[in-house]
Structure formats: structure tokens, C-alpha cells
Design a binder for this molecule. Sequence first.
Ligand code: CS2
Ligand code: MN
Length: 366
Amino acid sequence: MPMKMGWRWYGEGNDPVTLSDIKQIPGVTSIVWALHNKMPGEIWEIDEIQKVADQIHAYGFDMDVVESVNVHDDIKIGLPTRDKYIENYKQCIRNLSKFGVKVICYNFMPIFDWTRTDLFHPVGDGSTALFYEKDKIKGDYKSMAEYIMSFTEKYNMTFPGWEPERMAKLDELFKAYAPVTKEKLWENLKYFLEALMPTCRECDIKMAIHMDDPPWDIFGLPRLLVDAESIDRFLSMVDDEYNCLTLCSGSLNANPNNNVAEIVRKHCDRIAFAHIRNIHHFPNGDFSEAAHRDCCGETGIIEILRAYHDCGFEGYIRPDHGRQLWEEGPGSCRPGYGKYDRALGIQYMLGVWDLLDRLDEEKKKG
Ligand code: CS2
Ligand code: MN
């Protein structure tokens, strides 16, 4: 079983799920981590990384995957100051390499990371899940941002990509991004990656871009990694084994026309990190996140796992968002990152994977 199962952990005192909890989930070997107190553009210092490394290693996990080292807006906008922030990013890569980090997940979405209109939407069975109501993402971005930020204030919880310092100057940010067309954003992404590739090679760290979530423009902001065609463009634009994907099944499948299994088969060697999340679609274009079991959504989880298995995927994989179950709710768990549903998701994924392993073995024996 060559793929490596990860769990996203927000750090001691910043995540209700503890390393000791995670240790009890069969199959998890990698902690997907980050320094969550860092602003985009800051250098991650050795002593800060060391502190987290000690915690993770004490439980016998590896810390091979970072999610995320966030990219400063000046790099995405293409301002002259970007070179300074790119130098800082290179220094982060060098510092992370001292701890054996292999993959850095990041995104190149303007202003907003993942976007949802309800973080605790009733699924119908007593659990709740992240929900996207299409009509609420029209018009004013402020009410959407205020909704997300209300959790930050109420529960003293910050979300990566939704830093209060950045959200406080949303109007300024929108002005700064105004000249950034989709083509310009592609250029800025290319500039960033070409600058990083030599350092990545030197440090043996792969840059793995996360898909845009949702995979379409929102509030007039361009989004790049949205479908098979844009993924092709991205990989050939900087055709380097260190320029890779974080292929997020849930982000891509928010557009039901995207066939994630097909993308896996085409680009498996460039997928450094797999996010497995299931989506349930409504006829009007709204969508809800769903349990990992194939039949709970329309993402095609079994076909995706089978594609990874057929390709001999040796990268990292993790359950992406789960639902909030049982006593989990606002304040007691991070939206999408509760304890139970992700643990169930892992057991489901490993069940499918183990069976595929077994079938292969039997085929070999004849
Ligand atoms: C993650 C993303 O929680 C999530 O939806 O999959 O936020 C992801 O961590 C970032 O886009 C990567 O930079
Ligand atoms: Mn994801």
C-alpha cells in the first residue's frame, strides 16, 4: 500500500482534535500541518518549525506535507514588491526542507480561499455540512465575508485564507486586484513558479497547487484551476516534476462536468497530494458537502480511488472536509474539520484501497 494517508491538523491549542486522537485512527501516518499564526509572505523560522516537529514526531507521525504556505497578494497581483515575498517563500522552502518536508500545498485564488454560504447546513440526518448557495455569491462580497468572519470573532477561531487583517481591508484588496485579468493571473502564477523551481529541486520539495474552490469566478475575481483544460495548461506552462497538483476532488466536482478520475489517470505522476471529498448537487446549482461514501454524493469516490490505485499512486492523500457529527457544532469544531466524519472517511477509503490491493494480488497469482 504505497500511498500515504494524512490528516490535516491545525496545531496545538488551535484544533479541538488532538494528536492523541489522530493516533487512534487506523492508517494515518502523516500530519498535514502549517504554522497557522503566520501571515502570507512571512518567513517560517527554524525554531517555530522545530516546535511543531517535536509535537508531531512525539506521536510517530511524519510531517511531510504542509498545507498551506499561503502566497502573498502582491505575488498574485504582480506588484514590484513580489520579488521580496518570493525570496521569503524560497527561504520557507529551505527551512522546511531541514525537517524532511516533501510537499507544499498552496493556492493561487485571489482574495478568498474556499467559499461557502453556510458552514453548518443541516444534511437531513442530524449532521451538518458546508453548503454553497449559488444566489448568495452574487452581488456584494461583504455579506459573505461578514458571515465567515462572524465565526472568527464569535469562536476565536481563524481560518487560513480568511485572515482578519486581510479581510479588514477588503475594499482595498478588490481595488488592487481590479487590473488583474485571468491572463495576468496566469502570468503571475508562472512568474512565481519559475522563480521557485530551482529552490524546490535543490530542496526536493514539490509545490502542489490546490484547485480553486468553487471552480469558477466569484465576485468578478478570476479563478484558474477549474477544469481538465486549465490543469493541462498549468502543468505544461511550467513543465517541471516539482510543479505539481493538490488534486481536490470536492473542489473540482462542485462543477459536475469535471471528471476527476479521468484527470487522475492523465496526470497521476504530477499529483503530489490528493484531497478526497464528496459533493452532493442540487438541480438549481447549489451544492452540499457529503460523507465520503460513494453513494452519498455524485463525485465518484470509488472511481477516483480506483484511478489512483491503477496508477500506482505513491503520494499523500487525505480526507478533505467531513460533515459535523454528533455533538460537533459551531464553537466545538472547525467547519469541515471535525473528528468523526473524517475518521469514517479514512476507513471507507482504506477499505476500498485494501480490496483493490487484494484483487491485484489475486490477479498476479492467477
Ligand atoms: C482546503 C483549502 O479546507 C479546504 O477547503 O482544502 O482551503 C486548502 O487548504 C487551500 O486552498 C490550500 O491553500
Ligand atoms: Mn481540498
